[in-house]
Design a binder for this molecule. Structure first.
Ligand code: GAL
Length: 638
């Protein structure tokens, strides 16, 4: 570990059955030895509460703690994470383990932070058993107060679903056809909260027994089942697990987007890349190996996006168990001939020289609105089109800005947006009155907004906002939409931009009427030919663009270029294609990350003199060579 520059180890994540081999019977001796050994070696510990995989004795004694799917199938022990989040047997056994762990290790000098559970919801994001049904009912009582309130919110007059008592209400178990959409949405809210209660139950023990030690749990990038905005407020440090697929050319963009989310969830605080793989994973159909330099490049990318630490799953590749074919820092074979080990050691050595980066932060003038509730609602079935996927829409915007090296924060609708120049709203299907008002306020005060189709359609109960689409944004956008014309799988629609070129729209088209907006592009095919497709409207001091389709990638880039120009947004640096440029700054420092995602060398123009923190070499204005997947971290002004 010392050779690899390791200074923090996550420990004990799946060790419950060894730490507590029988109920209340703890065996810490072997664990003490590991903790002490790490401490003696100058390595600190991200100590797991070890509750992610219940031991066999627990499910044997309490079979009711096993999770049940919507169609009644029970998930049995034999893998991991086999617990119902609402199970009292699970929760109290977990808390008593955490109590014992905290009592034993709160004062241990190696302890740096607590790692609660692991990847909450990864395999079992929700449970439909009877205990979950009771917990769901309690959650609903809290939210609505009365059965009538619930009936209104769920629109239960439709299909004869009106409830007359709480006891009749169930989670959305498997039904003949679509279950009530408002019920489904509430169940998603409840399921995220039920897991959060598990986390909170453990955190409360830690806060009592070791109040000075920060607490985290590892997120999984854009993980649909958990509302990470809510979760992140309960963490001292945001941490993330990132497993981009080396076989997918969009992976670099996606990992950057996930990094931006983590920085934004922590409201700008540095975060930690808790898990990445040194080389291959084991859980895809084909587990393509990382190219030479790719692990190092993606590690630097996390730093560029605001991480102050880079870690791995896992230290040593195992001999047995379900993950023995997953790569590790220490591979099965000899170290001296392993390119993976060599890259791990290089990275560890380099990171030791990057202390200047810690505590600085990436600054963004652009925010993209992202809301879990809207994501859940957008992707419920029974819509004009099932082709609208939240992440595809988000990525369509983000790819263009990633390519242009414009740094983007993620923001929650309703946040104070006043520090941004440009706000993007890809398909904000569900919106609250407050969030709609804050967006209008942002534009009126001089901000630029780009919003796409099928936004502002429903309220938080998932009821249509009547009065023409998109009701809450009609004045802001200077348009209204008469009706939707979703595109079938084989069909795009022609677009003509006001300044000439022909382009394509994907997924969606609609019949837009103008109320003050000007036309940026019209549809050029179908019966909508000649009608507005993309519009721009001056509202107050600001400007609001509206996209009535998803423009093809080139056109999306053009529209966002227009929006950036109108908002005065600049890229972090002007660099050749395939090179990512991100700046971190703070405490009088400006640090420019240059990351070459290509497998060939490039010369990157550099405007300011400085020092390359990767190797301490001086940087002069002019062309800087970057090797294939090469990186530079330039502290400017030195
Ligand atoms: C994560 C998990 C690790 C390991 C890894 C494999 O989801 O936290 O325990 O399973 O994936 O890629």
């Amino acid at each position: 570990m010392q050779e690899a520059g390791v200074n923090l180890v996550s420990l004990g994540i799946f060790s419950w059955s060894r730490l507590e081999p029988a109920e209340g019977n703890f065996d810490f001796d072997w664990f003490d030895r590991v903790m002490d050994l790490l401490h003696e070696g100058g390595i600190r510990v991200d100590l797991a509460t070890a509750t992610a995989s219940p031991p066999p004795w627990l499910s044997h004694q309490h079979p009711e703690m096993l999770p049940v799917l919507a169609d009644g199938v029970k998930l049995w022990p034999g893998a991991r994470q086999h617990y119902c989040p609402s199970s009292e047997a699970y929760r109290s056994a977990a808390r008593s383990l955490v109590e014992a762990m905290a009592q034993r290790y709160a004062g241990h000098p190696a302890l740096a932070m607590w790692h609660v559970g692991n990847e909450f919801g990864c395999h079992v994001p929700a449970c439909w058993c009877d205990a979950s049904a009771a917990a769901f009912r309690a959650w609903l009582r809290d939210r609505y107060g009365s059965v009538d309130g619930l009936n209104d919110a769920w629109g239960t007059d439709f299909w004869s679903q009106r409830y007359s008592s709480w006891d009749e209400i169930l989670p959305p178990r498997r039904t003949p056809t679509w279950p009530n959409p408002s019920q489904q949405l509430d169940f998603m809210r409840f399921s995220s909260d039920a897991l959060l209660e598990c986390y909170e139950g453990e955190r409360e023990v830690l806060a009592r027994l070791s109040p000075d030690i920060p607490v985290t749990t590892n997120f999984m990038s854009f993980f649909k089942p958990l509302d990470y905005w809510k979760w992140a407020t309960r963490e001292d440090i945001v941490s993330n697990d990132s497993y981009p697929d080396p076989a997918d050319s969009r992976s670099g963009m996606r990992a950057a987007l996930a990094g931006d989310l983590m920085r934004s969830l922590g409201r700008g605080r540095p975060w930690i890349l808790m898990e990445q793989t040194a080389n291959r994973v084991n859980w895809r159909d084909v587990n393509v190996a990382k190219e030479p330099g790719q692990m190092r490049l993606w590690s630097y990318q996390a730093l560029a996006r605001g991480a102050d630490g880079v870690m791995f799953f896992q230290w040593r590749q195992s001999r047995a168990g379900a993950e023995k074919h997953h790569s590790a820092m220490v591979p099965h074979g000899p170290l001296d001939v392993s390119p993976t080990w060599n890259e791990v050691v290089t990275l560890g050595r380099e990171l030791a020289g990057l202390d200047a980066v810690c505590g600085s932060q990436s600054q963004a003038d652009v925010a993209m609105l992202f809301d879990w509730e809207s994501w859940w609602a957008l992707e419920l079935p029974s819509k004009p089109s099932n082709r609208i996927h939240q992440m595809e829409q988000v990525e369509a915007y983000y790819q263009a800005l990633f390519d242009a090296n414009v740094t983007v924060d993620l923001a929650r609708p309703g946040d104070d947006l006043s520090r941004y120049r440009l706000v993007l709203a890809p398909n904000l299907y569900l919106v609250s009155d407050e969030a709609a008002a804050s967006l209008a306020g942002f534009v009126e005060a001089g901000g630029t907004l780009v919003m796409s189709f099928f936004s502002g359609i429903v309220d938080p109960a998932e009821h249509i906002r009547l009065g023409g689409y998109p009701k809450p944004f009609q004045d802001l956008l200077g348009i209204h939409v008469i009706d939707f014309h979703p595109l079938s799988y084989e069909r795009d629609i022609g677009l003509r931009l006001a300044d000439g070129p022909l382009a394509r729209g994907e997924v969606w088209s609609e019949d837009i009427r103008l109320h003050g907006a000007e036309v940026v592009a019209t549809f050029s095919t179908s019966h909508l030919a000649g009608r507005p497709a993309i519009t721009r409207h001056r509202a107050g001091q600001g400007t609001a663009f509206y996209l009535g389709t998803r423009p093809d990638p080139k056109t999306m880039a053009r529209v966002l270029e227009m929006a950036c120009a109108s908002a005065g947004v600049e890229p972090a640096a002007t660099v050749p294609g395939g090179v990512e440029a991100v700046r971190r700054s703070g405490r009088g420092k400006s640090i420019l990350f240059l990351l070459n995602h290509r497998d060939v060398a490039v010369d990157v123009p550099v405007a300011e003199a400085g020092t390359n923190l990767v190797d301490g070499s001086p940087v002069h204005p002019g062309l800087m060579p970057l090797g294939p997947r090469g990186v530079a971290v330039i502290r400017e002004g030195w």
